[in-house]
Design a protein around this ligand. Structure first.
Ligand code: ZN
Length: 982
């Protein structure tokens, strides 16, 4: 049996008790269902744990993991996470992660603070790079400098608004301070963090509550590091194909100076729930939505502990059965009936520290509905229990799990790490969490014996017979003012305690920080790869292309499909088929396909079939420029899916039903969908404002960007607002008409093409099935571009939204994908970010992020800032930036070494591993073939500084197209309002 064969792998390769560089093998486990071997080790002297996942995957992962219970809500663990990255003993440079970004080929580098843990992961396919980064990570966390200045810069400080002007008022500054202020203006985050603070007060707020952050003092930070960032309180994680022995040698070296301490395995508890408990808190108001429908609320039950891996799994199934998808009983009773616009964001099963919680809640409720929520939800659960859960539903759920396991992700190691860490730091055995077959096998057995009672018993025990926590958030129009008032009072109180000499100290400190930021650092201590580590030839993917005259079929044969077949279909939509005024309806159209149902089948029935026979069907719509010509834009609609090889025909059949038979006259369902889509737009803008700003600016310069803007930018948000009004006035009939027009256009059959990825044994069967699928359309092949008028001069615009933070973007046109200037522009974007904007916009300007990007396919060069307290200043910086970069090249302040680093950071993306599912996708979606990619690759590698400067001067100074999103920045530009309901 294969199981036995695998079992000997673990024992043979990793014998128990084996001593390797100060570590001892405690356990080894083969997990054949994931083709991996897990090895659990302990460092004998310090007690540090190490988990190694041996798997034939060259995308190797490393992570440092610390258990960090926040002692209060000052954001201590979060600020520590930031300040460890301000320099260490061996690498005494500011922001070594950021600086490693262009010395490495890592496809992922980050640091994250969770409820009660902090971890520092990276992933790379290059072995030299792996050990370079590992050393930087170990040194940053174990031996950081933690200077007082770093604390002021990253945490919080008092400083003059204009640092150099003593006459300007004092204000709070600091990277984390501003980051958390930004978070707080996201209403979704607000709902979630207030919920967590209420039910799990002992965990505090690890990110930091801005009102509390300013209580933190530097000594607390140093003290917290000394206590928690110690090997005895740490774990390390490695994943991939590199040998364990080498990992351990490096880690052991770094642990040399540490002894053993008592392990701080303090697992915090949530509030006790002896009887039903209610809590109501104030929340921010969304100006785009009616005030009377902005109540959010949830019921939460405790259901076991995360260290019981099997019980946790079964409770996840219970949660799925109750609330997942259209066919779930609670969706039908709570959302479809219009009691709320959608489930609340905390709905579902969450394993937090020491308890599993099942939450069911709604957003977009009226005050009355919110008040009655406990009765409504309990009654609905009661009815769902009485009705029972059909066998097919259970099968569908298990099918989804099995299929999910087979879909190979390019970031398997990172995903695994993220799923293990929260439990691992709280006594959940990571090896238990890996035993997938055991859990599923036990479930199948028990279900065969007990049937539905498996679920109904648990619903009784954990929900119907148990007390709940009822949480409500009511809209409070005064909240914003209250928050800024509190900040003002806190500021005044701090200032009142200052005498003249204190003020002198603050002023000088501000100047010192500013000076530090502009100081040229010696970075020679940092390890680095060189451009020689980038291979001249890119990976190519062998595709078979067949053109029948009427359509095209792209086939990819792969041995890594794990028994699955992937399908893509794509139609290029021309402007003569689909007029510009219909473009903004396309995202709604794609959502309708998976939300409305057909004339013959309800969405609930369809969804059950989709879950039983496929791994999902997803419609998509996007635009892009021609690789050869920036002024030619294509608009594309696609339908993608995956299924087990034997179910491929079902997948195609269901895809066709969705496209051809969706019932757009189902106004009840359409209304539910519109309410869901319009329930949280401000939140989306606030969390991703820089890309909205960038897209809004770009839309004035390029056809493809203008289409993108209609499909997913500010214009789409405005359209959603119109939709909401039509819904309120019962005028969805007009919308249905537009959607039916789109449906008939898409079924017209012109310019549809297909792609299939499968294994050799199945390829001819699947190709035949696709050909038969195509026969349902009258296929014609005549790809044409999307034509439209562009306005002549670009305007600078401010999009006003009620938020405490702003975003800025300044955009210029670049060149087409195949034009030789494109690679130089991409390099210039990197150089601008690293050599100019990072210090100007982030460090001096106080924005959380800022830089330049170059969209190679669409030829868009964009400067941006993220959560920017000073957007008008950033816009001025952007206008000067390219001139500055070209000067720096000419003055040799930018060196060939800098150029090499810019190239490394560009190739991190280009050479990031690709999953089987995505192989051939750029060719299929964007008509970019391997030859074009290779030519561009060589052009990037060969571009020198001289050439970059010439291209920089050629494209700049063109007038930039500027956008600011946020509160009024005091500029004299065209103001755009997203509408408000005053
Ligand atoms: Zn942060």
């Amino acid at each position: 049996m294969s199981l036995r064969r695998f079992a000997t792998v673990a024992r043979g390769k990793y014998p128990l008790g084996d001593r390797i560089h100060g570590f001892v093998v405690r356990r080894a486990l083969d997990v054949p269902e994931f083709s991996l071997t897990a090895v659990d080790l302990v460092h004998e002297r310090t007690g540090a744990s190490h988990l190694h996942i041996d798997r034939q995957d060259k995308n190797n992962v490393f992570s440092m993991v610390f258990k960090t219970n926040p002692p209060d809500s000052t954001g201590l663990p979060h600020i520590l996470e930031h300040t460890t990255l301000c320099g260490s003993e061996k690498y005494p440079v500011r922001d070594p992660f950021f600086k490693m970004l262009n010395r490495s080929l890592a496809n992922f580098m980050n640091a994250m603070t969770g409820h009660d843990y902090t971890f520092y992961p990276f992933a790379t396919t290059n072995p030299t790079d792996f050990y370079n980064l590992m050393d930087v990570y170990l040194d940053a966390t174990l031996n950081p400098l933690l200077s007082e200045e770093d604390f002021y810069q990253e945490g919080w400080r008092l400083e003059h608004e204009d640092t150099q002007d003593r006459a300007s008022p004092l204000c709070f500054k600091g990277v984390v301070y501003n980051e958390m202020k930004g978070q707080m203006s996201d209403s979704g985050y607000w709902f979630w963090i207030k919920f967590q603070e209420a039910i799990y007060p002992s965990l505090n707020n690890s990110g930091g509550d801005p009102a509390k952050i300013t209580n933190l003092v530097y000594e607390d930070l140093v003290d917290f590091h000394a206590r928690y960032y110690h090997p005895s309180n740490a774990a390390t994680f490695t994943y991939g194909s590199l040998p364990l022995e080498r990992h351990l040698a490096r880690i052991n070296e770094k642990y040399a100076r540490f002894g053993r301490r008592q392990r701080r395995q303090d697992v915090k508890q949530p509030i006790e729930l002896r009887s039903n408990t209610s809590l109501s808190v104030a929340g921010p108001v969304d100006p785009l939505l009616p005030l009377e429908r902005q109540y959010k609320g949830s019921l939460t039950w405790y259901c076991g502990r995360p260290d019981d891996v099997y019980e946790t799994f079964v409770m996840r199934l219970v949660s799925n059965l109750l609330i997942d998808g259209h066919s779930s009983p609670l969706y039908q009773e709570l959302v479809e009936t219009g009691l709320g616009t959608d489930f609340s964001i905390n709905s579902g099963m969450d394993s937090m520290t020491d308890v599993n919680m099942l939450s069911i809640g709604l957003q977009g409720m009226s005050e009355e509905t919110a008040a009655k929520l406990p009765g409504t939800v309990r009654d609905a659960v009661q009815r769902a229990k009485t009705a029972g859960f059909a066998r097919e539903k259970i099968d569908a759920m298990i099918h989804q799990l099995e299929l999910g396991r087979k879909v190979e992700s390019a970031s398997f190691g990172l995903n695994l790490l993220s799923s293990l860490v929260p439990g691992w730091v709280n006594r959940v055995d990571p090896l238990e969490m890996l035993k997938w077959d055991n859990v599923i096998g036990r479930f199948r057995q028990e279900y065969a014996k007990q049937g539905d009672a498996m679920f109904t018993d648990r619903i009784n025990e954990y929900i119907l017979d148990a007390p709940y926590f009822h949480y409500t958030m009511f809209p409070d129009a005064g909240l914003e003012k209250q928050i800024s008032g509190e900040e003002q009072r806190r500021l005044e109180k701090k200032i009142a305690t200052l005498d003249e000499s204190d003020k002198e100290v603050l002023y000088k400190r501000g100047l010192k920080l500013l000076e530090n930021q502009s100081k040229q650092e010696d970075l020679s201590c940092l390890p680095t790869l060189s451009t020689a580590d980038i291979s001249r030839d890119g990976d190519s993917v062998r595709l078979k292309l067949k053109n029948t005259g009427a359509t095209e079929l792209q086939t990819r044969v792969s041995s890594k499909t794990n028994g699955l077949t992937y399908f893509r279909s794509l139609k290029t939509v021309s402007s003569s088929e689909l007029p510009l005024e219909l473009v903004k309806y396309l995202p709604l159209f794609t959502d309708c396909l998976t939300n409305l149902g057909t004339k013959n089948k309800s969405m609930a029935q369809l969804e059950d079939e989709i879950k039983l026979y496929t791994g999902g069907i997803s419609p998509t719509v996007f635009s892009h420029s021609s690789p050869d010509d920036m002024n030619t834009a294509y608009l594309k609609f696609g339908l993608n899916g995956v299924a087990l090889n034997g179910n491929f025909e079902r997948l195609l059949d269901l895809s066709y039903q969705l496209l051809a038979e969706t019932d757009f006259d189902n106004h009840d369902k359409l209304s539910v969908l519109v309410k869901t889509l319009t329930s949280d737009n401000i939140s989306a803008i606030v969390s991703n404002g820089h890309s909205y700003a960038r897209g809004y600016s770009a839309a004035q310069l390029s056809k493809s960007a203008k289409l993108q803007q209609l499909l997913g930018g500010i214009e789409q948000v405005s359209f959603l607002n119109e939709l909401r009004e039509l819904d309120e006035q019962n005028r969805l009939g007009e919308v249905s008409t537009a959607l039916k027009r789109i449906q008939s256009i898409l079924l017209g059959g012109s310019n549809f093409k297909f792609a299939v990825t499968t294994d050799r044994a199945n390829v001819s069967t699947q190709e035949k099935l696709v050909a038969r699928y195509g026969e349902q359309f009258q296929l014609r092949h005549a790809v044409s571009a999307y034509e439209m008028e562009m306005q002549q001069a670009a305007q600078d615009r401010v999009v006003e939204i009620a938020a405490q933070v702003s975003f800025a973007a300044a955009v210029a046109s670049g060149s087409s994908y195949t034009c030789e200037d494109g690679p130089a522009l991409q390099i210039l974007a990197q150089l601008s970010t690293f050599k100019h904007l990072h210090s100007e916009v982030r460090e001096k300007g106080g924005a959380y992020g800022g830089g330049a990007t170059y969209d190679a396919l669409n030829g868009i060069f964009a400067y941006y800032s993220f959560r920017d307290p000073n957007p008008a200043r950033s816009i001025e910086t952007f206008a000067r930036s390219m001139g500055k970069i070209v000067d720096m090249i000419e003055n040799e302040q930018i060196t060939p070494e800098d150029l090499g680093q810019a190239k490394l950071s560009i190739f991190q993306n280009i050479d990031a591993p690709v999953s089987v599912r995505s192989e051939g996708a750029t060719h299929f979606n964007y008509d970019v073939d391997d030859d074009m990619k290779q030519a561009r690759r060589e052009s990037l590698l060969d571009c020198d500084l001289h050439r970059a400067a010439i291209v920089g001067r050629k494209y700049f100074p063109t007038r930039l197209s500027n956008t600011i999103i946020g509160a009024d920045p005091g500029v004299d530009w065209t103001k755009v309002s997203l509408g408000s309901r005053e």
